[in-house]
Design a binder for this molecule. Structure first.
Ligand SMILES: [Zn+2]
Length: 721
């Protein structure tokens, strides 16, 4: 859809609030001298880094070509049009012949001026004239950013991945990045995994000893390049490389503040095992290895030590936000070890004496006081967890929210899981919450370790709601993946540009972004993403996914995990999905892989463009491999249903499928971002093992009715020969 908006400088994304064109054309040059006044060293570094990333050389000896940056204080500007909460990001950028002047009331605006200036230099490098002009600019949402969940993907991000993520966020004028340092998804298993998904992205002690309790993820995967299986236990990259501080500093130098995120209670299985004092107890007072005891002094002391040493180490001078989750405070949750219902609430003698609502309200008051005493300015809570469908918002919590002192120390983050029913009774501007600042959270690229899961509509709707309800922040949640740059762009532009333009539909905005970023291939780039999203969301594709989500299975102790691929085959049969339908999905995935490869060959892309295309290509390839696996299995089933010769035909199909699979896996290894590659190879490499076991079963003349359509229990990676 074409947009009617007229821009003075069409190249700017997001568009500034005001551009006043001056006389004539500027003469920007590749080499500039940077002169600053009253600019903090970190902001000066940000300016310098952003310009250098754009290809500008900052040199000492230029007299004529100067970027002059000054922080002048609010009284030097007419800020009458700028709401108070947005003045921190305000900047004035004047381009005048060979000189550029950046003037801001506060430090923060420097970075956004630099990002805009970087685009102007880019225009100049591309041979486009940059007119003399003055820009006045500010956002529409004060806090904008992304929380990266402690999950598959985030846990393997190396320094370079973080830098890239932060550069992409800064370019979109996002100013906050939450790093989840602790979370468990005990009900989510990777295919055939014997463990919960548990992640602790930091050490427990300030000075970790040799027996420091740690979080380890087990990866069992086949590496095509070296033709060997790996079975490795690895700590999260942030622990292994001890680089949280490096990431923090990098973020600061790009205008992106890093704040900690933690999920403390619901489906928390790792911390209560590593630090037993934290654990909820059963009726006999024995730690369950689950949840959190909200009342014992020992649990509070252990939390103080753990969180305290983290803050001491990384936030000596304090931190604006600490995001604390209490996900799923239910009485019945599938226990990670046996899928039996388990309560997250402690049953120790002290906890038993009070109602859940009272216990929880007391605990909240305590932890908020503790965190603020450690230099945290505001503690952020997700609302769906606190309100729990209004169950928990009892008199105790209500009284707490009315307490102005408490309310001034917290933020309620209105999470939209696409499940409106949960919190439909409450809105952030409800009088109940009038003392409390609100954030809003769209759910973005969640679980891109399993499937491509873009969610532009949710991002769009949540920013609109935040503006309507005058929320203080929009912080999306998910994982970082360069395949989702357009989603980041949509978040950035919605939080920055004037929202009143009816013609700024999602399609128009992403088209504008893509044309600037992807030039001649913009339409094809967006087409690939749309087709990939459609294919990934296809109901047949959803049946093929390998992830295990535990549900309560009454009486279950074992065998509660989804049998793979048997259950998926049953689901296909139940829905009467034909082999031709699955083949059609594979064909579409192949078309997308080829189209993306075509885009890669089109130009000499820079790193960010290249890795974005690579990740998209690998996402399409993942669907192709999944679909082809089931095409083979459906054909094998068909062959085995014949009266004679079925086994031989089936063996032939399976044997032929292995080398094809290996060739196709190679594409994942070469293109998937490293942070997602192992987990993806773990899911997909299992197909090789399944084929081999099944061929052996057929060779051993196992009767068709007795063939197992799952991997053998407790499988181990094959020994190296
Ligand atoms: Zn207790």
């Amino acid at each position: 859809m074409a947009t009617n908006r007229r821009f003075e400088i069409a190249e700017l994304f997001p568009q500034p609030k005001e551009v006043i064109l001056g006389e004539g054309i500027s003469e920007l040059a590749m080499d500039v001298r940077l002169s600053t006044s009253n600019v903090l060293p970190v902001q000066r570094k940000a300016l310098r880094s952003i310009l250098m990333l754009a290809g500008v050389r900052v040199v000492a000896n230029k007299k004529k070509y100067v970027v002059d940056a000054q922080v002048l204080g609010p009284e030097a500007f007419d800020l009458s049009k700028v709401p108070a909460a947005l003045q921190h990001d305000f900047y004035e950028l004047e381009v005048k012949d060979s000189e550029v002047f950046i003037r801001t009331p506060y430090q923060d605006g420097m970075v956004w001026a630099a990002q805009t200036l970087a685009i102007l230099f880019g225009m100049m490098f591309n041979g486009r004239a940059v007119p003399n002009m003055v820009i006045h600019d500010w956002p529409v949402v004060p806090n904008r950013g992304l929380i990266l969940d402690a999950n598959w993907g985030t846990e393997r991000m190396a320094s370079l991945d973080w830098f890239q993520a932060l550069d992409s966020m800064s370019a979109m004028h996002l100013n906050l990045c939450g790093i989840s340092i602790y979370d468990c998804c005990s009900s989510i298993r990777t295919s055939q995994s014997d463990r919960s998904s548990e992640f602790l992205l930091t050490n427990i002690h300030l000075e970790p000893g040799p027996n420091e309790p740690a979080s380890k993820s087990r990866f069992r995967y086949y590496n095509v390049k070296y033709d060997r299986w790996y079975d490795r236990d690895d700590s999260p990259s942030l622990v292994e490389n001890d680089n949280f501080e490096e990431v923090q500093v990098y973020g600061r130098e790009r205008g992106v503040k890093i704040f900690p995120v933690m999920n403390l209670m619901g489906h928390s299985t790792l911390l209560p095992r590593l630090i037993p004092a934290l654990s909820a107890c059963d009726e006999k007072g024995k730690p369950t290895g689950y949840g959190l005891c909200l009342s014992s002094p020992a649990a509070k002391k252990a939390l103080e030590e753990f969180i305290g040493s983290f803050l001491e180490r990384y936030y000596e001078d304090g931190v604006e936000y600490f995001h604390l989750g209490f996900d799923d405070l239910s009485d019945i949750y599938p226990h990670a070890a046996d899928a039996l219902p388990e309560s997250v609430w402690c049953k120790c003698s002290k906890c038993k004496k009070a109602s859940h609502s009272k216990l929880f309200a007391q605990f909240l008051r305590w932890i908020v006081d503790f965190l603020t005493s450690k230099g945290v300015e505001k503690v952020v809570f997700y609302t769906d967890e606190l309100l729990q469908g209004e169950k928990l918002l009892g008199a105790d919590l209500e009284a707490l929210l009315k307490d102005k002192d408490f309310a001034s120390k917290i933020i309620l983050d209105w999470e939209d899981l696409g499940n409106e029913t949960k919190s439909k009774v409450w809105k952030s501007n409800d009088p109940k919450f009038k003392n409390v600042t609100a954030w809003q959270t769209p759910l973005a690229n969640r679980g891109n370790y399993g499937a491509f899961s873009r969610n532009l509509e949710n991002v769009d709707a949540v920013v609109a709601r935040a503006l309507k309800e005058k929320s203080d922040g929009v912080i999306a949640r998910g994982q970082y993946d360069p395949a989702y740059l357009e989603q980041l762009a949509l978040l950035g532009v919605r939080c920055w540009e004037t929202p009143d333009w009816k013609e700024d539909t999602i399609d128009a905005l992403r088209k504008r972004w893509a044309e600037l970023k992807w030039g001649g291939v913009a339409d094809r780039y967006l087409e690939v993403l749309d087709r990939l999203a459609a294919l990934s969301n296809d109901s047949v594709h959803q049946l093929l996914l390998t992830w295990n989500y535990l549900g309560i299975r009454p009486g279950a102790k074992k065998d509660f995990l989804k049998a793979y691929p048997a259950d998926a085959l049953d689901a296909l049969a139940a829905k009467k999905v034909t082999t031709a339908q699955v083949q059609k999905m594979a064909d579409e995935a192949v078309a997308l892989v080829e189209m993306t490869a075509g885009l890669m060959g089109e130009e000499r892309w820079d790193d960010l463009h290249r890795i974005s295309l690579q990740s998209i290509l690998a996402s399409a390839q993942r669907i192709r491999i999944q679909a082809e696996f089931f095409v083979t299995l459906l054909k094998v089933k068909e062959a085995l249903s014949k009266k004679s010769g079925g086994s031989a035909a089936a063996q032939k199909l399976l044997t032929a499928a292995i080398p094809v699979l290996l060739e196709e896996l190679k594409v994942i290894e070469e293109n998937m971002p490293d942070s997602l590659m192992w987990i993806t190879m773990q899911q997909l490499g299992l197909q090789k093992l399944f084929y081999e076991e099944f061929i052996n079963d057929l060779k051993a003349k196992t009767p068709v009715a007795k063939l197992t359509w799952t991997l053998s229990k407790g499988w181990e990676v094959p020994e190296d020969l």
